[in-house]
Design a protein around this ligand. Structure first.
Ligand code: HEM
Length: 399
């Protein structure tokens, strides 16, 4: 069988509009929704950009998450090693049973019960922002600390160690550094998590780690390593993602006065607005990586066992076959099943919590600061092209 030819010499990353997908990705999707491409690491792999094809890939059992190369980093070295409880780096059957143990703690009911606490955290941060007076950096004062506080509360992280967790979470999400730097951040996180697990074992509370320690565990898998892996994945996955959506979502809303006015006039639109923000911004900007565990057909193309594949969820969420006029940002759009939380076995376990947080955040922010506006033009903002999740590095605002 001949080697597949490379049709995309470099996967596009540059954006002429910071709120739209990279230039050229729509042409690639239209020409070939499954195609060969060269990635940042210099490796060749399959690039999947069509909505139906990405869904088919993410639900297929014939792909593993234990990829040989990190395609989106500069050196291609994989730093994460799969372990029990880590979910993102596990395949079935362990993934299925470990996810079941964790999912018990993420019921819609339990997440809804967090509402008052999230509202309090949001209000306290806005009190401080109001007292300080504008202009402020909304990323530093609000988008970063709010999700960090929510997940730290859920995990019982002591107040004095929260800043360090936040620092590590950021260090682990860079793609413009070598594998050693990412690994060093991972080691620091491991140390903090070990301490946290030992404290919860000695003195259980009503937090999520204590709940996992005491959960029914017929196979005896919930040991220290399981707890550290699970807590590490959850902390990292919950913090940076939600922070990016708050910062970037606020930037987009403040840049679109017509949509902002609609939401200010009718706050009951907030759930709808959050779904459109999630779709439009789909912050997992490079897409999820998988490797074929056997020869398989995807979108009419044959993928051989051992070949790597990227599910470009951002391109998929702008597929006109999925959503009409994808480039129109419209908070009144009927919510469609976007792929911002992924799809299939690894679909985001924290999506209910993320939705609740984002709804409370945007409703409260616009109500409490009704004249909120950007203090710097969008063209001057620094966007997170150097991180796994897209967003803004700073967001100067005033009111
Ligand atoms: C707006 C915020 C969020 C976004 C955009 C987001 C996005 C995603 C995506 C795309 C995946 C799938 C990754 C893949 O298939 O390779 C995922 C998985 C995951 N997310 Fe989220 N997430 C968010 C918030 C959260 C929160 C708040 C939590 C926890 C409280 C969380 C925990 C997880 C975990 C544990 C997984 C792995 C699930 C598995 O592998 O089975 N996420 N998330």
């Amino acid at each position: 069988m001949p080697e597949p030819t490379v049709d995309v010499p470099a996967v596009p990353k540059a954006r002429s509009c910071p709120f739209l997908p990279p230039d050229g990705i729509a042409d690639i999707r239209a020409a070939a929704p499954v195609t060969r491409a060269t990635f940042t690491s210099g490796h060749e792999a399959w690039l999947v950009t069509g909505y139906e094809e990405v869904r088919a890939l993410l639900r297929a059992p014939s792909f593993s998450v234990q990829v040989p190369h990190a395609l989106h980093t500069q050196d291609g070295v994989v730093t994460q090693k799969p372990g029990r409880g880590s979910l993102l780096w596990q395949d079935e059957p362990e993934h299925t049973s470990d996810r079941k143990l964790l999912a018990k703690e993420f019921t819609v009911r339990r997440m809804q019960a967090l509402r008052p606490n999230i509202q309090r955290i949001v209000d306290e941060h806005l009190d401080a922002i109001e007292a300080q007076g504008g202009p402020v950096d909304l990323v530093k004062t609000f988008a970063n600390p709010v999700p960090s506080m929510v997940i730290s509360d859920l995990f019982g992280v002591p107040v004095e160690r929260r800043a360090e967790f936040q620092d590590i979470a950021e260090a682990m999400m860079r793609v413009d550094q070598d594998a050693a730097a990412t690994e060093a951040a991972g080691m620091r996180l491991g140390g903090l998590l070990y301490q946290l697990v030992q404290e919860r074992r000695a003195d259980p509370g009503d937090d999520l780690i204590s709940a996992l320690i005491t959960t029914e565990d017929p196979d005896g898998v919930v040991d220290d390593m399981f707890l550290m892996n699970a807590a590490g994945t959850l902390l990292i996955a919950a913090h940076d993602t939600t922070a990016c959506m708050i910062g970037l979502g606020a930037a987009l809303l403040l840049d679109r006065p017509d949509q902002l006015a609609l939401l200010r006039e009718d706050p009951s639109l907030v759930a709808n607005a959050v779904e459109e923000l999630l779709r439009y911004l789909t912050i997992g900007q490079f897409g999820g990586e998988r490797v074929a565990t056997r020869d398989v057909e995807l979108g009419g193309v044959r993928i051989a066992e051992g070949e790597q594949v990227v599910a470009h969820v951002l391109a998929a969420d702008f597929d006109p076959a999925f959503v009409e006029e994808p480039e129109r940002f419209d908070i009144t759009r009927r919510p469609a099943p976007h792929l911002a939380f992924g799809f299939g076995a690894h679909q985001c376990i924290g999506q209910q919590l993320a939705r609740i947080e984002l709804q409370i955040v945007f409703e409260t922010l616009l109500r409490r600061l009704p004249t909120l506006r950007l203090a710097k033009p969008v063209e001057e903002l620094r966007f997170r092209t150097d991180m796994v999740f897209y967003g803004v590095h700073e967001l100067p605002v005033t009111w």
